[in-house]
Design a protein around this ligand. Structure first.
Ligand code: NAD
Ligand code: 572
Ligand code: ZN
Length: 348
């Protein structure tokens, strides 16, 4: 194990530095983790490129990374659920546990959530990191730490499919074939969706969706939402029951509403501009529910089960691998949009 703590720190927009920091010690209820794998998320790249996402502004140096898994290397006082050597997936958001949202079980909505690599909270793209033990999930021997890191985006798919009510026989439209669209595809299939159609502007991403099990793909060729909705409905032969919007592009959100069957549901996962013009009257008179999601809640155990049981295979999502020392190459690769999931190996 390393005796230094190489860490990827975002100092400000455009300024990521790899530096040695002190090795953190676990407090009560916490574990120290020897980090194994951290996936790069679009939000890590966005903070690097822009220095903010909306009101979340990088005002002080922040450690990047929130899709992560590690090996327990030290135990804090009172921790009985884990032992040194356990391999764990890290759920990156720790809520206050005391507010009404937490007490209702909707801890993802906690206003005091401390979420890795969302300013001002540090992430875990480092050799060592400390996290609350009850937000670490022990991996069975046959589940790798790469898969453990992928439980983070997979949990977004689990939460979206739950909010959409995807079940046996549901016909699902997924707009956008980035990592988040693809984890929704995997989850929808695992939930028993009978038909899943995925849209994107990009042929390579559509090819990936097909490889990962999409029954149909539709290339988006126009910003006219009605024209694209007609193309989608023609592909299904009917309207989808449920649409999971994973691009955040306003024309796609309009298409999502227009495509979905009367009485169906559109789940907004993709984040675009804060205000978007939508065909709300079409949604209203056809009773198309519009629901949002905010990350996930109580989804890690389900995501882990799906991977451990073999009902989803997340490994093909990983298209690029780098070492922690190559963090800048990893970020440049993600920025170019060459692949789907770029994975960083943190161990020495
Ligand atoms: P991504 O940028 O890699 O993927 C988005 C995909 O949408 C791209 O492949 C792009 O070509 C495609 N696209 C763009 N315009 C389109 C259009 N008009 N129609 C169809 N496809 C179109 O991003 P990602 O990592 O897959 O994340 C997707 C979105 O989900 C982002 O907006 C991200 O912020 C959001 N997200 C939200 C949550 C949440 O809690 N709500 C969690 C994670 C990610
Ligand atoms: O893996 C969690 C995650 N959440 C994302 C994006 C990427 N990864 N979200 C989109 C941005 N929001 S936010 O509310 N914010 C920066 C806190 O705009 C969170 C969810
Ligand atoms: Zn993320």
């Amino acid at each position: 194990m390393a005796d230094t703590n190489l860490t990827a720190i975002l100092y400000a927009k455009g300024d990521i530095r790899l530096e040695d920091t002190s090795i953190p010690e676990p407090g009560p209820g916490q574990v120290q983790l020897c980090m194994q794998h951290v996936g790069i998320c679009g939000s890590d790249v966005h903070y690097w490129q822009h220095g903010n996402i909306g009101d979340f502004v990088v005002k002080a140096p922040m450690i990047l990374g929130h899709e992560a898994a590690g090996i327990v290397s030290k135990i804090g006082d009172g921790v009985t659920s884990l032992k040194i050597g356990d391999r764990v997936a890290i759920e990156p958001g720790v809520p206050c546990r005391r507010c009404m949202d937490c007490k209702r079980g909707r801890y993802n909505l906690c206003p005091d959530m401390a979420f890795c690599a969302t300013p001002p909270i540090h992430g875990n793209l480092a050799r060592y990191y400390v996290h609350d033990a009850d937000f670490c999930y022990k991996l069975p021997d046959h589940v790798s730490t790469e898969e453990g890191a992928l439980l983070e985006p997979l949990s977004v798919g689990v939460h979206a499919c739950k909010r959409a009510g995807v079940t046996l026989g549901t016909k699902v439209l997924i707009c956008g074939a980035g990592p988040i669209g693809l984890v929704n595809l995997l989850t929808a299939k695992a939930c028993g969706a009978s038909v899943v159609c995925v849209t994107d502007l990009d042929e390579k991403r559509l090819a990936m969706a097909k490889e990962m099990g999409a029954d149909h793909v539709v290339k988006i060729t126009s910003k006219d939402p009605k024209e694209m909705a007609d193309k989608i409905v023609e592909t299904f032969g009917e309207r989808p029951d449920v649409t999971i919007e994973c691009s955040g592009a306003p024309p796609s959100t309009r298409t999502a509403i227009l495509s979905t069957r009367s009485g169906g549901c559109v789940v907004l996962v993709g984040m675009g501009p804060s205000s978007v013009e939508l065909p709300v009257m079409d949604a209203a008179v056809r009773e198309v529910d519009i629901r949002g999601i905010f990350r996930y809640v109580n989804c890690y155990p389900t995501a882990l089960n799906m991977v451990a049981s073999g009902s989803v295979n997340v490994k093909p999502l990983i298209t690029h691998r780098f070492k922690l020392e190559q963090t800048m190459d990893a970020f440049e690769t993600t920025l170019r949009g060459d692949g789907i999931k770029v994975m960083i190996e943190c161990k020495k």
